[in-house]
Design a protein around this ligand. Sequence first.
Ligand code: GDP
Length: 432
Amino acid sequence: MFEGLIEQFQLIKRKALGYGRITTSELDGVLRDIRISLLEADVNYKVVKEFIEGVRTKCLKIDLSKSLKPGELVIKAVYEELISILGTNPHHIQFTKDDISVISLIGLQGVGKTTTAAKLAVRYKSKNPLLVPADAKRPAAVQQLKILAERVHIPFFPLQDNSARETVKEAKEYAHKKSYGLIIIDTAGRLHIDADLVRELVEIDRSVQTTYRLLVADGMTGQDAVKQAEMFKDKVGLQGAILTKMDGDARGGAALSIVRATDVPIFFICTSEQLDGIEVFYPDRMAQRILGMGDVASLVEKVKGIEEKIDHENLRKKVMKGELDLEDFLTQLRAVKGLGPIRKLASMIPGVKESDIDEKEFKRVEAIIQSMTKRERRKPDIIDGARKRRIAAGSGTTVADVNQLLKQFFYARDLLKKAGQGNLSDSIPFRL
Ligand code: GDP
């Protein structure tokens, strides 16, 4: 996410931190570089202007000439201003206590509305959601929602009388009868915002009194997403936005402009086609990512999810006895893979770029271990030359790949055993 912008900000950060003194001319230089990077990332020009002015005002208040670390103060000002344009506080869905909550997803065709409807239903499964299609002109869109609903075992309410208004009205009555707590409406997707679409959205809103009208916008389209937010806000009213496809080469323009330019807060960002690929949007974490400070908080949240899946006590005993086997290794690898693409995870670690990580390497290791018999995984020491050739052929790799994996595994097993017994220093050939 935002690779280009992150790279540029890294350079700017390094340059700012390198200054022993920052006078107005150095500050102007830094601000000029920031302006160019933001414009290249397709951030709205008015937002860029306000951003630069905001950072300049903050810096001038500090009196950089007297500071021993003026660069740090400039970066701090940039960080605070980033949070301020991204929206300061995260926005969470507040569920209606005594009535059914209704979320209506609004947006143009292809932005990811249907996928997002299913993602929200999965996220709020505990609220007993009902997925409702409201695109009478595109049977394929209705069918797609039905398929996704079936895949994630969420109830689906079929289209009624070929009318969006009738469908949502009847869905609400049905939801009352069956005690559903949340209705998610996938409204019509069109190529442009036109009078018919606006009328239909307003009718839907009148029929069911939506709790949230959320714009779904494609994060890769930058300024177009901002324009859509402006138009939909003006015509039908919006409480918030969801930016999709942020895993692609989204340059950042939409995320960095939408809140300040339109006053529509971002509730969620979507980072994969998979149905768990949706995250609450935290402005501070996003600002940290952009400034290359990583996103440790999000990473910790994700890791908590796998902690429960690992039998720590059993693992600890095996490590101590030097009995760690490739079966344990595979379990750990899969648990980590369950968190999502490794590249994306790694980019949350400060200083690590997505492009540094070779996703194929993880796949190769998994393929090699999968080509072993259970006995070989439990007792890797029995893997001789003939076995290595068979494993390499089975996994589409080479004997050298198998050798490398085994070497690394034996080394790690020894190291962990020694660490567990407090003898780690024996195996480290030199000290720094
Ligand atoms: P709709 O026409 O607005 O309902 O859009 P869809 O839900 O049909 O999505 C259009 C395409 O975008 C599909 O191929 C989705 O799989 C894909 N898509 C949706 N959300 C995301 C996302 O967050 N990341 C990526 N990479 N693809 C997405």
